[in-house]
Each structure stands twice: as structure tokens, then as C-alpha cells.
Design a protein around this ligand. Structure first.
Ligand SMILES: Nc1nc2c(ncn2[C@@H]2O[C@H](COP(=O)(O)OP(=O)(O)OP(=O)(O)O)[C@@H](O)[C@H]2O)c(=O)[nH]1
Ligand SMILES: [Mg+2]
Length: 198
């Protein structure tokens, strides 16, 4: 039984696992810190930290593609074990990166991953991290835009069980994210495996 986290490099996947579990997870300033699929055991559940897809410092392009393929393959092959998926995005850079891809006529990789997880019937929680970097007055605008780009009609606030703005740095939004995780796992009848999530 496992919970998986996916997302671009440097969005804060490892930092979120650290916040949720209290485990010493390696995080870093440069994109491409987590290079391998890493498991953290919490009771009978595993939390699976994935390398980020997209740009990574000092990693050649063909290897970046290989990592993305590996992630997709992992999700397909382990679908039965996965009880919950979280896709982590960066609140500050999501829209700008998505627009750059759209201008080139491409589907942004984050949006593609969101569709892929939905195709696998994983209904991912989208964790919108680094919200501390967005001034309060802009947050609704930024979150509505992310929502829209993911193909979910705004306002973002109606997607209570899907979108979770958080800061793994300040801890803001983490209690709400924990609540969503608990509701999802309870809904699957697996509440007894939640002892680790205080
Ligand atoms: N301001 C801010 N910085 C954050 C937040 N979460 C993580 N960071 C920083 O972002 C950087 C990347 O964090 P990681 O947790 O290593 O990101 P990752 O997604 O695991 O990255 P890869 O393993 O490279 O894919 C680190 O410098 C973190 O300290 C946040 O909520 N706010
Ligand atoms: Mg990492």
C-alpha cells in the first residue's frame, strides 16, 4: 500500500514528505535532488518520493526524458498498490511555465501528468506548494489560474478535496492537506493505516 508524490523538479515533493512524516528526507536547492524512486515506511504504508520531471541541473535532456518514462511506467506497474497520489506544483512558477509550453503548442508536462493520473483513476490531490511566495492579495487569482490551466473550472475553492495550497516551508496549509488525505484514505476503508498522520 502506498502514497505517491509526483511533480516537476524542485517543487518541494521531498519537503512535503518531510512535513507529513517527520522523516529526514533529503531536500535541496537545485532541481534534481531526488534521483531515484525512494520509499519511506510509515507503519504499513509507504510514501513514495519520485524524482522530479522536467529540468534538472546537470542532467542531460535524454536522461530527463528517461526519468519521466520511468515515472509513468512505475505508476502503471504499481497502480494496484497505490491508494493515493499527490501531484505537487509550484505556486509561483506553474502558470508561467504552462504558458511557455502552450505558446509552443505543447501540453504542459504538469497538465499532462494530471490527466494521466486521472486516466489511471487515481484522482490526484494537487498540492500547490510554496504559497508563502505569493502575497495574500494575489493568492485567489493565482490559484484560480492554476485551477483553470489544469482543466478544472474556477473558482479554486470549490475543489476542496482536490486542490491544497500549502507551504512546506512555513507549514501553512499542511493541516488542511492532512485532512484531505485522511478523508480520502477513510473513504477507501483504510483508516486503520493512518496512525502515522498525526
Ligand atoms: N519558499 C519555499 N520554499 C520551499 C517550499 N518547499 C520547498 N522549498 C524549497 O524548494 C527547494 C526544493 O525542495 P525539495 O523538497 O528538494 O523539492 P523536490 O520536489 O523534492 O525536488 P527534486 O527532488 O529535485 O525533484 C528547496 O530549496 C526547499 O527548501 C515552500 O513551501 N516555500
Ligand atoms: Mg526531491
Amino acid at each position: 500500500m502506498e502514497i505517491v508524490l509526483v511533480g516537476r523538479s524542485n517543487v518541494g515533493k521531498s519537503s512535503i514528505i518531510r512535513q507529513l512524516t517527520g522523516k529526514k528526507v533529503v531536500v535541496g536547492k537545485r532541481p534534481g535532488v531526488t534521483r531515484r524512486i525512494t520509499r519511506y515506511q510509515v507503519g504499513k504504508m509507504d510514501i513514495v518520493d519520485m524524482p522530479g520531471f522536467g529540468f534538472m541541473s546537470r542532467v542531460p535532456r535524454f536522461l530527463q526524458e528517461k526519468i519521466k518514462t520511468e515515472i509513468v511506467r512505475y505508476l502503471e506497474n504499481n497502480r494496484k498498490e497505490i491508494v493515493l497520489a499527490m501531484e505537487v506544483v509550484d505556486a509561483r512558477s506553474f502558470s508561467e511555465i504552462a504558458e511557455r509550453w502552450q505558446k509552443r503548442g505543447q501540453i504542459p508536462v504538469d497538465v499532462e501528468m494530471f490527466s494521466f493520473l486521472n486516466e489511471l483513476n487515481l484522482s490526484p490531490i494537487v498540492v500547490i506548494n510554496k504559497i508563502d511566495l505569493i502575497p495574500n492579495t494575489y493568492r485567489d487569482v493565482v490559484l484560480d489560474d492554476i485551477c483553470d490551466k489544469l482543466g478544472l473550472p474556477p473558482p479554486w475553492r470549490q475543489w476542496v478535496d482536490v486542490l491544497a495550497p500549502v507551504s512546506a516551508k512555513t507549514g501553512e496549509g499542511i493541516p488542511e492537506l492532512k485532512k484531505i488525505i485522511k478523508r480520502r484514505i477513510h473513504a477507501l476503508g483504510l483508516g486503520r493505516y493512518l496512525g502515522w498522520l498525526k
